[in-house]
Design a protein around this ligand. Structure first.
Ligand SMILES: Nc1ncnc2c1ncn2[C@@H]1O[C@H](COP(=O)(O)OP(=O)(O)OP(=O)(O)O)[C@@H](O)[C@H]1O
Ligand SMILES: [Mg+2]
Length: 242
């Protein structure tokens, strides 16, 4: 069996002390296998972003163990964590986080520049990623010349151009209208069908409905963890529902 993309064991994140102690994440065990598509839901303050920051190596857990694609990230120094993060994870945020005065192509190239990919290859991979998200005809556009949905697709192209093992998205459709939301969800479906592992934090049931597995968080813990019945196409492994 291939190693899991994510393996969390007893992971906790505590803030403050004594009276003001907050258990933002409070003992989470989670294994995400390659090719899965997981939605993380839960009320405001339930710990979703804290968990995402840990999974994304943007923040260290106070307790517990985290293996990202088999690598124990807590054992790495900050520089190595940044390298692992850049190599293994593609991030998508609610607010796109594109650089304003820079073309779509250059935006997609940026993480590869940090990863020291040679310029010609960078350009080629950026254009291929833009083609994958259906934006070949917008490669030279600035973010301000693109719709919200198109900007998010550029951000997704940027996230996949490095060929990460994990695509990690925090409220990716939170700033989009329903048509752009549909475009992004269709794109996620295609990426997952092609084998990409996705973890998506969302408030929207519509988004979660596209995932294969839905986690619901409450007070820093995983309250439920359900695998959806297959809807479109056969799953890689047939499982009993429930
Ligand atoms: N830096 C911090 N210091 C202290 N408490 C924090 C810090 N960051 C988060 N918290 C607390 O941890 C808990 C979980 O926060 P988190 O941001 O993970 O929630 P969330 O599920 O992402 O909420 P939302 O849906 O509103 O984005 C909250 O009670 C929050 O107030
Ligand atoms: Mg949040």
């Amino acid at each position: 069996m291939a190693r899991p993309v994510i393996e969390l064991r007893g992971v906790a994140k505590l803030y403050g002390t004594g009276e003001s102690l907050v258990r933002a994440v409070d003992g989470v065990d989670l294994v995400v296998e390659r090719g899965d598509y997981v939605a993380v839901m839960g009320a405001s303050g339930s710990g979703k972003s804290t968990l995402m920051n840990i999974i994304g190596c943007l923040d260290a857990p106070s307790r517990g163990r985290y293996l990202l694609d088999g690598v124990d990230v807590r054992r790495l120094d900050e520089r190595r964590q940044a390298i692992i993060r850049n190599r293994k994870i593609g991030f998508v945020f609610q607010s796109f986080n594109l650089i304003p005065r820079t073309t779509a192509t250059r935006n997609v190239e940026l993480p590869m520049a940090y990863a020291r990919v040679a310029a010609a290859e960078r350009r080629q991979r950026a254009l291929a990623a833009l083609a994958q998200v259906g934006l070949s005809d917008r490669a030279g556009h600035l973010p301000s010349q693109l719709s919200g949905g198109q900007q998010q697709r550029v951000a997704i192209a940027r996230a996949i151009a490095t060929d990460p093992v994990l695509l990690l998205a925090d409220e990716p459709t939170g700033a989009l209208d329903s048509r752009s939301t549909d475009e992004v969800l269709a794109l996620f479906d295609r990426l997952n069908a092609a084998g990409r592992t996705l973890v998506v934090i969302t408030h929207e049931e519509e988004v979660a409905a596209h995932a294969k597995r839905v986690l619901r968080m409450q007070d820093g813990t995983v309250r439920s963890d359900r695998r959806a019945a297959a809807v479109a196409g056969p799953p890689p492994v047939l499982r009993a529902a429930g």
